[in-house]
Design a protein around this ligand. Structure first.
Ligand SMILES: Nc1nc2c(c(=O)[nH]1)N=C([C@H](O)[C@@H](O)CO)CN2
Length: 118
């Protein structure tokens, strides 16, 4: 199966468990892969038949900045449900990185894969 992907989508937002995290935005970076069949878009050269990575990116940014959350787990589950419901893909993998969270680490984060219920 083909994939449409988004790499290192940068979003600044309020997220975190601790009080100090509820006042200052932090950077998150998203890597997203969505299974799809690219042939209809390729045959017609029509964006309307493509899984539009610009529209997915806009939706991820809008949701991530809409309401403060504590856990990365909550955020990626919500985003996976939105992508599966609103876009033409049966399986999505989302990896979110929060590089400022652990000073001694290059980055930390969470990755999930979710499928549309059959
Ligand atoms: N599995 C997780 N562990 C932690 C999270 C998280 O969202 N998922 N969050 C924090 C804090 O908010 C951290 O980022 C602040 O340093 C700690 N562990």
């Amino acid at each position: 199966m083909d994939k449409v992907f988004i790499s290192q989508l940068h979003v600044d937002t309020i997220i975190g468990v601790y009080d100090f995290e509820k006042e200052t935005k932090q950077s998150l970076y998203f890597d997203i892969e969505m299974l799809c069949d690219i042939k209809p878009a390729a045959k017609t050269d029509d964006i309307n038949l493509a899984l539009d990575y610009s529209k997915v990116s806009e939706r991820v940014i809008a949701h991530t900045t809409a309401k403060p959350l504590e856990l990365l787990e909550t955020l990626v589950e919500q985003l996976a449900a939105i992508i599966l419901a609103e876009f033409n893909t049966d399986e999505v993998t989302i990896r979110v990185s929060k590089p400022a969270a652990v000073a001694q680490a290059n980055t930390v984060g969470v990755q999930i894969t979710r499928r549309k219920a059959s």
